[in-house]
Design a protein around this ligand. Structure first.
Ligand code: SF4
Length: 383
């Protein structure tokens, strides 16, 4: 497992063994404060832990102050290209992290001014190398944006910051295809211990982008590489956040919300409108943040088995759904009423879980006990 140094972004730790943090980027015009704040709030409700905003011009940089005031508890990243003054304005507005390539903001004095301001405010800098915008001399040297070229570009930016005694650094190496992205991160992982922000850039529409990101990020996370992730999709940012959560949940790195195991259906299916039932149940339970494991199975072949591994489960037979709790049959409900009944049972289970104090087993094994809030469900990255 890759050991990385911890970097603090407001209350979220990145690297140093912390859980993989989920981030995304607003798609509104940043200077439209109302629309941007509304989108940030939607992203946070979907589970976004760090929100990045594009700061392309003066108006956007000016808006940061008002945005900061309206979402004071959300870790905000200002994404800046080329303009050091915008970086200074963003820092003054109280943002929590800068995404900026120090080699791209001009004269050394300018870089020093930004770095000193970031240092004074303990604001980290993410160096974001993108395969599509590599330095010309590197493209000439390597012929194209190879993983080696991306790594060399990252090392140049890192050197600039280290020469100024700045080490509060996070790095990303994004390419639009899986192979280059994975190779570039693997190569850089051998050279530095700064935490990595993972992403496959310009991944595509919701469907193709989800597949591409899941493969690219999944390979790296499985290898223990990656400390924070952003899934890039040509879709709403909430969708990016949902996909990111599914990736970390699938790998057992984090837990959050309801996980529904549903069978793919086949000729043995014993109820009408199975897909509609599953979709509606998922939609009705999407607001739940506590981790819950549920199963919905179309017939008795695999239903009871899955129900055994779930907190609540449904198995259909002759159009009727049997609801199981912890693997034990509980009640029978006609197919047309199953959504309502299952949602009610899930809400009841949630209330039961919330009413029980959570004991931290690590502390209790040391003879200490501590009551933890039920909302703190992040599991540490096992790396
Ligand atoms: S649970 Fe039953 S209906 Fe669903 S895929 Fe398996 S055999 Fe088919």
């Amino acid at each position: 497992m890759r050991k990385t140094r911890p970097v603090q972004v407001k209350h979220i730790q990145i690297g140093g063994g912390a859980p993989v943090a989920i981030q995304s980027m607003t798609k509104t015009d940043t200077s439209d404060v109302g629309a941007t704040v509304a989108q940030i709030e939607e992203m946070v409700s979907a589970g976004c832990e760090i929100v990045r905003l594009a700061v392309p011009d003066n108006d956007a940089a000016i808006a940061l102050k008002a945005i900061r005031k309206r979402v004071p508890d959300v870790p905000i990243v200002a994404d800046i290209h080329f303009h050091y003054k915008l970086a200074l304005m963003a820092l003054e507005a109280g943002i929590d992290k800068l995404r900026l390539n120090p080699g791209n903001i001009g004269a050394h004095e300018r870089v020093r001014e930004v770095v000193r301001a970031a240092q004074a405010q303990k604001v980290p800098i993410r160096i974001g190398v993108n395969g599509g915008s590599l330095e010309k001399d590197l493209l000439k040297k390597y012929g194209t944006a190879t993983p080696e070229a991306m790594v060399e570009s990252a090392m140049r930016h890192i050197q600039i910051l280290e020469d100024l005694d700045f080490t509060d650094i996070i790095i990303s190496l994004k390419a639009s295809d899986v192979h280059r992205t994975v190779e570039a991160y693997r190569l850089l992982a051998q050279k530095v211990d700064y935490p990595f922000h993972l992403g496959v850039t310009e991944a595509g529409t919701s469907f193709s982008g989800t597949v591409k990101s899941s493969i690219g990020l999944g390979i790296l996370l499985y290898e223990g590489i990656g400390d924070t992730i952003r899934v890039s999709l040509a879709a709403e940012p909430q969708e990016e956040v949902r996909v990111a959560w599914e990736i970390v949940k699938s790998l057992g790195l984090r837990t959050r919300g309801v996980t529904v195991v549903a069978c793919p259906t086949c000729g043995r299916l014993d109820v009408d409108n199975f897909v509609g039932i599953v979709t509606e149940i998922e939609r009705r339970l999407a607001h739940i943040e506590e981790p819950l494991h549920l199963s919905i199975m179309g017939c008795a072949v695999n239903g009871p088995g899955e129900a055994h591994d779930s907190q609540l489960g449904i198995t259909f037979g002759r159009g009727v759904g049997m609801i199981f709790k912890d693997g034990v049959p509980m009640r029978k409900v006609a197919g047309e009423n199953i959504v309502e009944a299952f949602v009610t049972e899930t809400e009841k289970l949630l209330a039961e879980i919330k009413s029980k104090p959570q004991i931290d087993s690590d502390l209790s094994s040391h003879g200490l006990t501590q009551i933890l809030p039920t909302s703190d469900k992040s599991v540490p990255n096992p790396r």
